[in-house]
Ligand binder design. Sequence first.
Ligand code: FDA
Length: 309
Amino acid sequence: MDAGTRLFRTALLGLAGNRAARKLSERYGMRLGASRFVAGETMEEALGHAKRLNDAGIAVTLDLLGESIQSLDEVKVCEIGYVDLLQAIDREQINGNVSLKPTQFGLALDAESCFESIRTVVREAERLGLFVRLDMEDSPWTDATIGIVRRLHGEGLKNVGTVIQAYLYRSVQDVKQLSAERINLRLVKGAYKEPGSIAFPAKKDVDSNMRRLIRARLESGEYTAIATHDESIIRWVKSYARSRRIPRTAFEFQMLYGIRTPLQESLAREGYTVRSYVPFGRSWYPYFVRRLAERPANVTFIVKSLFKR
Ligand code: FDA
């Protein structure tokens, strides 16, 4: 990554956490071009997209957007939202599960009530035979997020897993330990702004650590969700699995809604399990800005689409 791109990315990720910018953007609804990455503001819209993806042979993980909430009242709203979502997935027979963010459940406000609320959601999912994944946010929450998943597993709730980010130095150790504990993991490169003291600053090092984590996880024999749009990594996974006789049922590819859709469809046609991450809801702003920061060309796309209206 050159210095200009790095500066651009840092500036955008700074904006993701900016409350004034968030309020202003959300007021203008999806007109800023967010609808390319966000599957609507309501559950009904998201379920419609989920059904269309299922029809193309693609599973989904639905994410009711929200993070860094400000009051415990919002936690209850979020918990009810997720319970409703799980019941709708079951009712509508969607091939899917859910992803949630711990700070959306008040991790920064009250860790215990966050845990209890997430447990309510995981219990409801267990009752319905569904799975819940705790997304991984920025590094202040890494230990706490893993801690919540471990505690739930300790209570016998095995239908919950989390995410490990290849940009963090600690992740090799985390994958090793969590695989030994048989915790379901999604592996990603990492989407937040992290200091060089804890995360690889160079993209090439993140990419090679991603391969290292995937290899370690596949070798552990535990189910692996490989979440990337990086075609060279996807090609490498396919040939690595073939050469090591790792069955296709041992892993799945995950990609984000609206990104590399033809690739998602072609992998599904080839017989791989593919899952699309389908975010929806009114609090789409920080998610949207992280997608822009991943690829400068997205900003050009958004600016062009504004002028087309
Ligand atoms: P990379 O950034 O190298 O991109 C490879 C290629 O993919 C690019 O050249 C481009 O063509 C395409 N691409 C990538 N991003 C794009 C974008 N935004 N728009 C258009 N094209 C794009 N992160 C995290 O920290 N915690 C989490 O819990 C999750 N969860 C998660 C779930 C799923 C299903 C996915 C796919 C990703 C995440 N992420 C995440 C995000 C992840 O960490 C990472 O930021 C993005 O996936 C981008 O990295 P890639 O692996 O795609 O590679």
